[in-house]
Design a protein around this ligand. Structure first.
Ligand code: ZN
Ligand code: ZN
Length: 366
């Protein structure tokens, strides 16, 4: 439960029957409740079985039931087949129970994904949003307003705890759009779009992220932004994982030819970068032991970099002395003298190149 203290609001006094100024009221917001733990407000099929479904209008299988969105055509999350692979809040919805003035602070989605929010029941919710074109202007404005806080906590924006009056943003020529979400309405936020808002009374909503092929450039951009800020924020999942798993099943899923092309092109970029980074490591050290790690069952989050805290999906370096591990692009993982370096790879360079050739061939047939 999130608690927000709001000062100097006017509230309705039942005794005097008029608006009175209240010094302090408490607003509570049950936010980010994982549906996998507390349940979804959408109906779900018992153990995933569809034997008793007689109509396409059955809400349990409806494509806009947020639990089913990962199976949508062109969703990059179609690769998630089992409950255990779901990423809470990203591929499996979170539920929100709000009250009057329950607010969500300015934020963009993790890895600049799309989000979709459905209000099941209750009072309206006001949403404010800022176009993607003004994301950097907003970053500058909020950092200027809260400059002292940012010195202490440079990762503040990622904690979704900062408010700023939309009027102040408009004065700085930052466009702010607003809308009111009513029950049974969806709000979709686009990549890199800041949004914030508040509830007008009690309500229940549910939200999840969406990743489709046109998100791919934004995913890449988010990761480079996180890196340029000194890894203040960690990606919610390895970008390479989602692309490679989709590449493996490209013929299985019903993607459009354009979508297949975008996935295949980014795969080739990932492969080329990986091979280049591996070569750079080998040139840096006189001896690097190359070891294969994992198999098809090894999860995407099995290893984490001790420098940037990100998942190391394709490969990682490890020090034989201090056992620290890290991404290969950092080149060095520790300060040990006479370091003994191992480069641990999920796929051999030959596997990567063979795969790259077959993808290029596939691109030629589109
Ligand atoms: Zn790293
Ligand atoms: Zn070491």
């Amino acid at each position: 439960m999130k608690t927000l203290y709001v000062k100097t609001f006017f509230i309705w006094s039942t005794s005097s029957k008029k608006l009175v100024k209240n010094e302090r009221v408490t607003v509570e917001y049950a936010a980010d409740l994982p549906s996998l733990r507390y349940g979804s407000a959408f109906p779900k099929l018992a153990r995933g079985k569809a034997t008793d479904v007689t109509s396409i209008d059955d809400e349990r299988i409806h494509p806009f039931n947020l639990n089913n969105l990962i199976h949508a055509k062109d969703s990059l999350f179609q690769i998630i087949q089992k409950r255990g692979e779901n990423i809470s809040g990203i591929t499996a919805p979170w539920v929100y129970a709000g009250m009057l003035f329950a607010s969500f602070c300015w934020h963009v989605e993790d890895m600049y994904m799309y989000s979709i929010n459905y209000m099941h029941k209750g009072a309206a919710k006001t949403w404010y949003c800022i176009p993607e074109s003004h994301k950097e202007a907003f970053d500058d404005a909020i950092k200027e307003k809260h400059c002292e806080l940012f010195i202490e906590r440079p990762d503040l924006l990622y904690n979704i705890i900062l408010t700023m009056n939309p009027l102040e943003l408009l004065k700085k020529n930052i466009p702010v759009y607003r809308t009111e979400q009513q029950p049974r309405e969806f709000i979709i936020t686009f990549p890199k779009v800041y949004h914030a808002g508040f509830s007008h009374g009690y309500n229940i909503s549910e939200a999840v992220n969406i990743a489709i092929p046109d998100w791919i450039p934004f995913g890449k951009l988010a990761l480079s932004d996180y890196a340029s800020e000194g890894f203040l924020k960690k990606g919610s999942f390895p970008f390479e994982w989602i692309i490679i798993e989709n590449i493996k099943r490209l013929s299985e899923f019903n993607f459009s030819p354009q979508a297949k092309k975008e996935i295949a092109q980014v795969y080739i970029e990932i492969m080329q970068k990986e091979i280049k980074d591996r070569k750079a490591v080998q040139e840096c050290y006189s001896k690097v032991a190359i070891k294969q790690f994992g198999d098809v069952t090894t999860r995407y989050d099995a290893h984490i970099c001790s420098t940037c805290n990100n998942y190391t999906f394709l490969s990682f370096l490890s020090c034989g002395r201090c056992k620290r591990t890290g991404c290969i692009q950092h080149i060095s993982v520790c300060d040990c003298l006479n370091v003994i370096v191992s480069m641990n790879v999920r796929f051999s360079e030959k596997n990567l190149e063979d795969f790259s050739h077959s993808v290029q061939k596939f691109l030629g047939t589109l």
